[in-house]
Design a protein around this ligand. Structure first.
Ligand code: NAD
Length: 334
């Protein structure tokens, strides 16, 4: 169907309004009303239109945004370095393109990656000073998050004091707070007995549980944490790779994923993807994809960032498990 300029502009505006509504429901209310896959499709439609018609692109478009502004009910935390999103790949060809772009930029023939699970929870930043947990914050809009330190201190797998040797003067770690599917079932049973809110999925339950004003409520929720990156580590200079950083975090007592693997080139990434795809249902928690990250830290630095994501990492999404109910009604509206 050929659309007139007015119809195209109308479609772009409708998509922006819809995505903004869904973002509010997901990031602010922790209560999405459409499956993630449908959201991703709408997002891709808008991205393609904004690329094709840059004259109608806008700085405040959902395409440019990370998360949502922090809730005013929490003290704001300015992130020392932005907490960004990840570029998404939905098919193998996107990974081949990603790897080719990176090899050209880094001027190398082959790249070593670390392949990780993309657990479906919410990102947090943990700051440790002299080994002591001093601050925990949500991602918020990427530059400013919510101070959830008191709540995070109730999550038993997150150490309040790092252990081991060579404790850095300062350490900022990022990772995912999440809930297992069984944890959700048990929580919902308790919620039903108390006639309280039932959560649609572990991600919403985890996000809502972490962002409680009363830390006693968070303490009763079965929250888990996995660390997946180090943003700053003072005084430890001999670590040269992301994989080694993860091992160092484990030595400090931080939980890391047992599923992270070093892989070589595109073929290594895609083999990991296939393996995780078959394992997915056996995992006790939800994942929505896997993430490939350049392992060498110097290469990461060289690759740098685009506006809302690092160039040295990409999320490879798994096929949706939820049933699409809303699919792109917007197509019939213009
Ligand atoms: P993202 O899915 O694009 O990726 C970034 C996030 O991945 C990080 O913030 C972190 O929380 C997480 N992550 C998990 N494992 C990781 C690992 N090993 N390494 C690094 N990061 C890891 O996140 P986003 O920017 O919040 O995303 C948008 C996604 O959220 C969409 O793709 C969509 O599926 C979903 N969403 C859904 C709705 C809805 O209404 N259903 C609305 C908004 C967003």
């Amino acid at each position: 169907m050929n659309l007139s300029a007015d119809q195209l502009r109308q479609k772009i505006e409708q998509l922006r309004a819809l995505l903004n509504q869904y973002r509010h429901e997901y990031y602010v209310l922790d209560a999405p009303t459409i499956p993630d896959h449908d959201y991703d499709q709408l997002w891709q439609q808008l991205q393609a239109l904004e690329q094709a018609y840059p004259e109608w692109a806008r700085q405040d478009s959902p395409i440019q945004q990370v998360g949502a502004a922090p809730l005013p009910t929490f003290a704001p935390v300015k992130h020392r370095s932005a907490m960004l999103s990840l570029s998404n790949a939905f098919e193998a060809q996107h990974i081949t393109d990603f790897d080719r772009r990176l090899r050209t930029r880094l001027e190398v023939d082959l790249i070593e990656y670390v392949a990780e699970l993309k657990i479906d929870g919410l990102a947090i930043s943990l700051c440790y000073e002299q080994g002591q947990l001093i601050q925990a914050a949500t991602r918020g809009d990427g530059s400013q998050g919510e101070n959830v330190t008191a709540n995070v201190k109730t999550i038993s797998c997150i150490p309040q004091q790092l252990k081991g040797e060579n404790i850095p003067r300062f350490l900022e770690v990022r990772g995912e707070v999440f809930m297992t599917r069984q944890g959700l079932v048990e929580l919902n049973q308790k919620q039903a007995q108390r006639q309280e809110r039932i959560f649609a999925n572990p991600r919403n339950a985890a996000a809502s549980s972490l962002r409680q004003l009363d830390a006693h409520i968070t303490a009763q929720r079965p929250l888990l944490f996995t660390a997946y990156s180090v943003v700053e580590i003072d005084g430890i200079t001999q670590i040269l790779s992301h994989y080694e950083l993860l091992q160092q975090l484990a030595q400090f007592g931080l939980p890391i994923s047992a599923y992270s693997e070093k892989v070589t080139g595109v073929s290594g990434c895609l083999a990991y993807y296939e393996k995780i795809k078959t394992l997915r249902d056996q995992l006790p928690f939800d994942i929505d994809g896997v993430v490939y990250k350049v392992d060498n830290l110097a290469q990461q630095q060289l690759a740098g960032f685009v506006a809302r994501a690092p160039r040295w990492a990409i999320a490879h999404k798994l096929p949706p498990q939820e049933v699409s109910t809303t699919v792109l009604a917007i197509d019939s509206q213009v």
